[in-house]
Design a protein around this ligand. Structure first.
Ligand code: AVJ
Length: 321
């Protein structure tokens, strides 16, 4: 067998046993084709998301950062010394610096993220910026059980879940995740969580369909990832990005719409797509403060405080067990 053939065979075997293979096959087999939004965050996708956070239309990141800067002293005042800060979906850990500046005497910072590259870069940067801080990165999905070194097992825990990542989950799943976090953070645990607020579509849609096309590139990158990791044959030119708002569900949906009738080959299967048929790639739920608080209470948290910006664009909640 030639080297090229061996390599190709190796690639196909890797693809079939890839942990995302089953998830992708399952999503593309549904009547409304879908892909889970955590697939966005490979190295390129994590970089594109960072670019999104700096777009003029994407208000959440800068609004949340301003709220956090204002809330940080109060959050610090409620933090016992020697606590562990656990961040779910830490990405670049940019916003974490606002908290870390305000929170002295932390025993450790434990970021959890699905992107190896984002986790490594953030851990290195924070290590330089906070030389005495113990950083314990975990590569993985934040719905996995929280495992900390035994020496930290009795420390009080503060969870940090910024960016309205909770909005990626349908309300029932969001409640289940908040319950899971309550268990992981333990008695006396606390959660600082960012939640995007419901607002006019004239603000919402551009935030998910920016003029520079960065969100479109972010959405399409998921197909490039499947080509690379699963040997799929998506032609990126044959899809366009679309952001839709559904008021009844109070959510933004992102879709990749097929520009033509086509068939996608993936892992030995063929997936037909009609012209105009879409692959649903993300839900981003928007809440009122009261709606979110009801959800948090359902999940066993009590709502201690909430901060918002003057424009009521975004909210940061402090939840206690
Ligand atoms: C990281 C899930 C909060 O829903 O606003 C940004 C991801 N998608 N632009 C969001 C995202 C498109 C983002 N979250």
């Amino acid at each position: 067998m030639s080297q090229i053939a061996e390599k190709k065979l190796g690639g196909v075997q890797d693809a079939a046993t890839s942990p995302i293979a089953q998830i992708v096959l399952d999503g593309l087999s549904r009547p409304q084709k879908s892909l889970p939004s955590f697939l966005f965050y490979d190295a390129r996708g994590s970089d594109l998301f960072e670019e999104i956070t700096r777009l003029p239309e994407y208000y959440p990141t800068r609004t949340e950062a301003a709220i956090l800067a204002e809330a940080a002293p109060a959050i610090a005042a409620h933090t016992p010394p020697g606590a562990v800060l656990v961040e779910y979906g830490s990405g670049s850990s940019r916003k974490t610096e606002i908290l870390l500046d305000a929170l002295p005497n932390l025993a450790a910072y434990a970021p959890i993220d699905v992107s190896q590259s984002a986790l490594a870069e953030a851990s290195a940067r924070l290590g330089r910026r906070f030389p005495t801080l113990r950083v314990i990165p975990t590569l993985g999905d934040f719905s996995a059980p929280l495992i900390l070194p035994a020496s930290l097992s009795r420390r009080p825990r503060t969870g940090f879940f910024p960016g309205s990542t909770i909005g990626n989950f349908a309300p029932a799943d969001a409640a289940a995740l908040l319950t899971h976090m309550a268990q992981g953070l333990g008695d006396g645990g606390r959660l600082i969580i960012g939640v995007d607020l419901l607002k006019d579509v004239s603000i919402l849609i551009p935030a998910y369909d920016d003029a520079a096309g960065v969100t479109a590139a972010f959405n399409l990158n998921i197909l490039a990832r499947l080509n690379r990791e699963l040997g799929a044959d998506f032609d990126l030119q044959s899809f366009r990005h679309e952001a839709r708002f559904y008021a009844a569900e109070s959510r933004i949906e992102m879709h990749l719409v097929s520009r033509r009738r086509q068939k996608i080959g993936l892992l030995g299967c063929l997936f037909p797509l009609e012209a105009g048929e879409s692959i649903h790639t993300e839900n981003s739920y928007k809440y009122s403060i009261a709606q979110f608080q009801a959800l948090a209470e359902l999940a066993g948290w009590s709502c201690r405080r909430v901060w918002t910006d003057d424009g009521d664009l975004f909210s940061v909640h402090e939840l206690d067990r």
